[in-house]
Design a protein around this ligand. Structure first.
Ligand SMILES: *Cc1c(COP(=O)(O)O)cnc(C)c1O
Length: 377
């Protein structure tokens, strides 16, 4: 069976975890957490970076930093992972979904402005498949209406928009290191923060509302509880695991890119014949080969293709059921305007296996099966 995803293991993980154990330092914010924070700060040019227990938690922290209050409205696409919405819903916000663009599956930047009301507080663009949303336009709208921009860059680690790292363009960016993402620590994430005051507040909320970080830096002589907070800092063991991959991040990136490029080239003839659609990457975006998807004619054809691949030993998956049509989304959100593409395009999309170190022959098999499926139709 060719799996859909295999989490990266690059060597060095065990050694770094053992080192953390030897140091008798396995709680958060030790050597490895700091190495990871620093790596991301250097590689993204963010104002500040803090490792978190997940991207979900990074987004919850973002909602706290934006001081989202009950009744506030937050604009986002419905085609996303549920955490994008939940982080704001937990603060009492109402979620306003707008339609996506069919080419990138990202929020349609031209539909955002008409969804804004006097209760709107934030825009949450999701960089689907590590391909950036149209951030210039989104930032212009946010500035004009005085709104926060929180980037869900869960899939966008090492991606860029006009040379800027995703997650560093808005006020706050959120990364995921879940085992399905390009870089992984099992469960984990990071928050990227532009503003200095917000960064300081984030340090406090992340550490149970204490000013411990300042204390450890020697900036104050005792630490105390200064805000309502939570616990969003990951264990050293998880960061030690991730650190091994950060040392080989370029290798992981180029390996995934080679697999992505090969899928693209091999399946391009099918797109040229109008049989399937392939991912679109705007010229001002540098993507990270987070996923490779194809779009079939419709839901029926996609279901057939998934079964065909499975019968032949290939696991391919689809996602997401648009949030506005799921029970949770119906409770807390409304779709603004017409759902022209969200449902239709989500029903066509199928993700093919893609992971670091994927065997060349395995990929050949996936490609051949997709071609065979369509040649028989
Ligand atoms: C993976 C993902 C998340 C959640 O990440 P976790 O680290 O598992 O909390 C959020 N948003 C998007 C778009 C994702 O792909």
């Amino acid at each position: 069976m060719i799996n859909f995803n295999v989490p990266p293991v690059v060597g060095g993980e065990v050694e770094f975890i053992e080192d953390a154990i030897k140091d008798r330092k396995i709680c958060g914010d030790g050597k490895y957490t700091k190495l990871c924070n620093q790596w991301f700060k250097e590689h993204t040019n963010a104002g500040g970076v803090l490792m978190t227990t997940s991207c979900t938690h990074a987004t919850e922290l973002a909602a706290l930093l934006c001081d989202i209050q009950p009744g506030d409205e937050v604009i986002m696409p419905s085609y996303t992972f549920v955490s994008t919405a939940d982080a704001f819903v937990l603060r009492g916000a109402k979620v306003v979904f707008v339609d996506i663009r069919p080419d990138t599956m990202n929020i349609d930047e031209n539909l955002i402005e008409e969804a804004i009301t006097d209760r709107t507080r934030a825009i949450v663009p999701v960089h689907y498949a590590g391909v950036s949303c149209e951030m210039d336009r989104i930032m212009d709208i946010a500035r004009k209406h005085n709104l926060f921009v929180v980037e869900d860059a869960a899939q966008g680690v090492m991606s860029e928009y006009k040379g800027q790292a995703l997650g560093t363009i808005g006020d706050i960016g959120c990364y995921s290191f879940h085992e399905t993402k390009n870089l992984s620590m099992g469960e984990g994430g990071a928050i990227l923060i532009k503003d200095k005051d917000k960064l300081e507040l984030a340090e406090i909320i992340r550490e149970k509302g204490t000013n411990r970080s300042k204390f450890f830096r020697g900036q104050i002589d005792k630490y105390t509880w200064v805000e309502a907070g939570s616990s969003y800092l990951p264990s050293e063991l998880n960061c030690a695991y991730l650190w091994a991959q950060l040392l080989k991040a370029d290798e992981i990136f180029s390996n995934r890119m080679a697999i992505w490029d090969r899928y693209y080239e091999e399946l391009k003839p099918l797109e040229n014949k109008g049989i399937i659609s392939l991912p679109f990457v705007p010229t001002n975006c540098k993507h990270n080969a987070h996923m490779f998807y194809i779009k079939s004619k419709d839901l029926y054809e996609r279901t057939e293709l998934i079964s065909y691949l499975k019968e032949n030993g290939v696991m391919a998956v689809f996602h997401y059921i648009p949030l506005h049509s799921a029970p949770a989304g119906k409770k807390y959100g409304v779709f603004h305007g017409e759902d022209k593409f969200t449902t239709k395009e989500s029903e066509r999309l199928l993700r093919l296996p893609l992971y670091y170190g994927m065997n060349y022959e395995d990929q050949s098999k996936v490609i051949e099966l997709v071609k065979l499926f369509y040649s028989r139709k």
